[in-house]
Each structure stands twice: as structure tokens, then as C-alpha cells.
Design a binder for this molecule. Sequence first.
Ligand code: SDX
Length: 431
Amino acid sequence: MSENTKSAKLSIDGKEFDLPILSPTAGPDVVDIRKLYAQAGVFTYDPGFTSTASCDSTITFIDGDKGELLHRGYPIDQLAGQSHYLEVCYLLLYGELPTPAELEDFECRVTNHTMLHEQMMNFFRGFRRDAHPMAVMTGVVGAMSAFYHDSTDISDPWQREVASIRLIAKMPTIAAMAYKYTIGQPFVYPRNDLDYASNFLRMCFAVPAEDYEVNPILSRAMDRIFTLHADHEQNASTSTVRLASSSGANPFACIAAGIACLWGPAHGGANQACLEMLNEIGTPDRIPEFIARAKDKNDPFRLMGFGHRVYKNIDPRAKVLKQSADEVLDLLGVEDNPILQVAKELEAAALADPYFAEKKLFPNVDFYSGIILEAMGFPTSMFTPIFALSRTVGWISQWKEMIADPQNKIGRPRQLYLGSTARNYEDIENR
Ligand code: SDX
């Protein structure tokens, strides 16, 4: 970032404080308040961090007003249309698109780390069969620090690299095994002769009783869904990973924290909640009832898959997913899927409603993804695990960037305290 000659002036009780203004390569200027408390003895107050930059980064940029998403400068619609997930992983991790030799080496390293330590199978078997796959993923990923001790020392760049490759490579295996475990089917091991998306589909849907041929349409759609969920600036789960990592915790524990945060229905859990909402609406004639509920201040109901802290225009990922939904369902012969029709009519009704227009509420990444995933054969409980699998590269890239940053220090926010001031203990007889 460049230090501007510009500065912001803050006046408190007649005293003036100059706060430097830092300029980004894109997006709004930031007021540097790092010295504010030392100089002025005051904190800033920003629950939910609506106006707060927690770090500087070179990985992903979102222009919420334009509805633009760039990964290392490349627009998401170009990456979704022309690249593939492992190439996007390379871009996010190392900053540039790979040469053919670099890509081949990277894909080979990932492919050769897809298997899990055999002892981890017992870990899966400790869960109830009806456990949510996200509960299993949170536990198993956290437990990786108990199995891969040679890649937990974050001060060693080589161990950081190994941990990164292991996590990206093993997440599909873990997610697929979490799914198989909950449906009582045997685990399917990864294969080195399949690409990343095809391997995941086979590990989810193959059974020992027959051969499984990967449908190239599904594999391309799966890879595109991975790409569209790969990274997204300092969202709640990425911020969780950064905060956990700031204490020096090992990478597996930090990614497990990110998975736990992503699970919430306001974040990555919205894809499951959105499809459940569309199924509850059921038919287009019930759309007005749900639009009215979403607008009712006394009703906690919100349109799932709608709205976003940053996008005040349609989420560019939703645009690609809407087009992909049409293509995939058409190719799968389910183009007359009634839920897709409900989704499209719900989107049109909401976008035509002044409430949503005034609040700039548009479909986000979770609005159409579930329709595609359900058509591909996944139960709703697997939607957020697939989001977590996809986002692992984003969490890891941001984690690596933070650890390599010489400014890196433990994150420790302050507070606006509204509790009791000091008072003396009263013995119970006197209360
Ligand atoms: C993801 O941060 C990221 O980048 C996340 C993500 C990523 O890739 O990492 O993009 C992934 O999490 C996408 C978001 C998925 N969540 C949902 O679809 C759940 C439904 N949406 C919301 O709950 C909400 O829109 C959020 C959580 C996404 C954003 O919430 P904000 O930014 O805190 O906005 P807000 O709650 O302050 O809402 C502003 C106003 C409120 O009305 P007022 O109090 O001003 O009168 O808009 C209303 C809200 O009530 N509103 C909605 C709404 N979302 C916001 N009203 C109805 N339906 C909705 N979906």
C-alpha cells in the first residue's frame, strides 16, 4: 500500500490528531488507526466490522457496487469459464497463473496427497451415523494435527507448503468419506488417474458393487462450483482462520475453525438453508407469502441466498451459477425442475420489490448453487461441506499471506465496556 500525503484529522476535546490515509490499488482508501489508542486514548467501535479493514492483502478483491470479483486481478467469470479449480488454486497460492510445467507439477503434488492416514478411518467411526457431515469435517480436519506432525511447524516455510498441499488434496477425500459414513456406505479411496472433481464425484457416488463412470458434464459443473467458492476476501470464515492463525496455532486447527464458522446459515450454511427454503415455498403461488415474511420486521425469516455485506449488486458468482444451473439441469434432462422455476420467479419477484431494491439485496453465491448440487445427486447436508472443500484454498492462501507478513501479530480486539464498575464481594448472608 502507498502512504498518502493525505491524512484524516480527528478532533477530541479540542485536541487534534492526524491519522495517515493509506491508498490501495483498488477500493476505498483506509484511515490508519494503529496508533490512535496510544495517541488519543480512544478505541474505534465497529461490531461486525462493517467499516474495518483487518489486514492488507493481494489475493482477492471485490467491488460490491459493480458486482465484480477478482482473484489476483483475474475476473471470476473468466476463471470459471476458461480455467479450472487446481489452476485457480495455484493462482491463489502463488500469485500468478502457472506455466504448463508448473501446473503439471502442482497437480501431481496434489494428486499424490489425496489419501488419508489409514488410522483416521477409525476417527470417522467414532461419530453417530446421523452426524451432520460438517460436524464430521470439523472434527476430522482438526484431528489432522494429530496425524501429520511433520507439517504443523508454521515457522518452517517447507512445512507450511506441505500442510497447504495436504489440506487441498485431502479435503475432497474427507468430505466424501463424511458423506459415505452418514449414508452407511463403504469409503471409496481416491484414484490418481482421475482429475480433482472427478475423483470427488467418484468417492461420493461409487459403490463396490459396480463400476462408476464419471459423467463429464457433472465433473465440469463440480469443478466450476469449486472455483466459484474458492476465496472471497476477509469473509467471516477467512477472518476466523486468520485470527486463529495469529496465535500461532497449527494449520489444521485453524482450517477446522474456518469450517466451523462457515457452517452458520448466515454464511456457508446458507446454501443448505436456501434449498430448504425453496422446497418449503414449493410452488410459485406461495412466493408472495415468503416475500412478505422476509420484509416483516417482526418475522426473523430472511430470504436465504439473498443479500450480502459487500455486494450491493448481484453477486457475479450467482450470475455464473444461474447460467450453470440452466445448462446442467438441461443436460441432465431435468430442465423442468420445479424448484429452479420457483428460484427464478422468487428472484424476479424480490428484485421487483422496493424493499429489496432499496436495501440493495440481490442473489448471492448460495442462491443457485444448491439447485445444481441437488440435481447432481447431493443431499442438502453435503452443500456446505462442498463449500468448505472449495474454500480451503482461500483459507490456506490467506493463512500463508498472513504468516509471511512481517507485521503479523496476534489479533486482540478491544471493546466498549457497558458492565458494572468495580464493586466489593458480598457474603451470601448479606445478599
Ligand atoms: C456468504 O462475506 C462473504 O463474502 C460471504 C460469502 C463468501 O463467499 O465467503 O459471500 C458467502 O456467506 C454469502 C451470504 C449467505 N447468507 C445468506 O444468504 C443468508 C441471508 N442473508 C443475510 O442474512 C444477510 O444478507 C447477510 C448475512 C448475508 C449480510 O448481512 P449484513 O451485511 O449484516 O446486512 P444486515 O443484516 O445488516 O441487513 C441489512 C438490511 C436489514 O434490514 P434493516 O435492519 O436495515 O431494516 O437488509 C435486511 C436486514 O433485515 N436483509 C434482508 C436479507 N438480508 C439482509 N432481508 C430479507 N432477506 C435477506 N436475505
